[in-house]
Design a protein. Structure first.
Length: 308
């Protein structure tokens, strides 16, 4: 019997339902191109709605370097960005580039990309009926939340320096003969690095001319939490102390109750420097237990780098 045909919206490049991405993951391809023609009308609509409702919140809560970055990148509020367009504006400023990936990147590979001024970038976008919460990154988080920060020279240098710390960790691990001790120390160092990244690059606050402002990308891409981070009385905000940040666990499924404040991106750079010194001095070998858990792939990526 002939079936009636109806117009079905193509799957597009929607988070968790993009055949193009599933295929890349099945083939084990981490780095991919951005098949721009696959974005559906719904995908562009999701970008448009996310961008429109965030704009007034950025103006109110985001730090000035981010606002300058949004301006410099000339992002189109109407359509999902093409990474090659983004890179054309970004690269001359700091050498950074957004590089399309198929999904999860093992920790060492991710940090090593930062060291090489390339930022692994998700190309899928959340469904237009789920604009608020998504556990996994999407192109709005990565390009509207992270990439504008990469236009700032001082911030970019801090990020590169952080990438170098991953090499230091692998180098230190290479010098440990006992396998159990090697895994123990490396797990603790990765945990410390992940916590530092979380409390700065993802959820950091900065004191500036206009008062407290957001520079962390997890906040910059969240309509609800950006306001909560600055205005809510439920949030504890403290000047960052490295020893606290690397020993502090966190949960990813609710608004952060504890945030740390830096004075400037030069201050952030000096903290990354200190993190590396502490790593070399063995002060990251036994950080407090708790979240995040270090998974097998992250650990293996560092162990493999240690053998190279
Ligand atoms: Fe992120």
């Amino acid at each position: 019997m002939p079936r009636t045909t109806s117009v079905v919206e193509p799957p597009g490049l929607t988070t968790n339902r993009a055949p193009f991405i599933e295929e890349a993951q099945r083939d084990g391809r981490l780095y991919i191109h951005q098949p721009y023609e696959l974005y559906s009308g719904e995908n562009h609509q999701a970008w448009r709605r996310l961008f429109a409702r965030m704009t007034p919140r950025w103006e109110r809560y985001a730090n000035e370097h981010f606002l300058q970055g949004i301006h410099s990148l000339c992002l189109d509020p109407q359509r999902v960005p093409k990474l090659e367009d983004v890179n054309r504006f970004l690269q001359p400023l700091t050498g950074f580039q957004a590089k399309a990936v198929s999904g999860y990147i093992p920790a060492f590979v991710f940090f090593d990309c930062l060291r090489n001024r390339s930022f692994p970038t998700t190309i899928t976008i959340r469904p237009s009926d789920k604009l608020d919460y998504l556990p996994e990154p999407d192109i709005f988080h990565d390009v509207a939340g992270h990439v504008p920060m990469h236009t700032d020279k001082a911030f970019a240098e801090a990020l590169v320096r952080f990438g170098e710390c991953a090499h230091t960790a692998a180098e230190l691990a290479a010098g440990i003969r006992d396998e159990a001790e090697q895994v123990h120390r490396l797990t603790s160092i990765i945990k410390a690095m992940a916590r530092f990244f979380w409390f700065t690059i993802e959820f950091g606050l900065m004191r500036g001319k206009g008062g407290l402002r957001v520079y962390g990308s997890g906040l910059l891409s969240s309509y609800g939490e950006i306001e909560h981070a600055i205005d809510s009385r439920e949030v504890q905000r403290y000047p960052i102390q490295l020893e606290w940040a690397i020993n502090q666990g966190f949960a990813i499924d609710h608004y952060q109750p504890l945030l740390f404040v830096v004075d400037s991106f030069d201050h952030l750079f000096s903290l990354v420097d200190q993190l590396e010194k502490w790593m070399r001095a063995g002060k990251l070998n036994n950080v407090a237990p708790g979240e995040p858990q270090v998974n097998e792939r992250d650990l293996k990526s560092f162990l493999q780098a240690a053998t190279e």
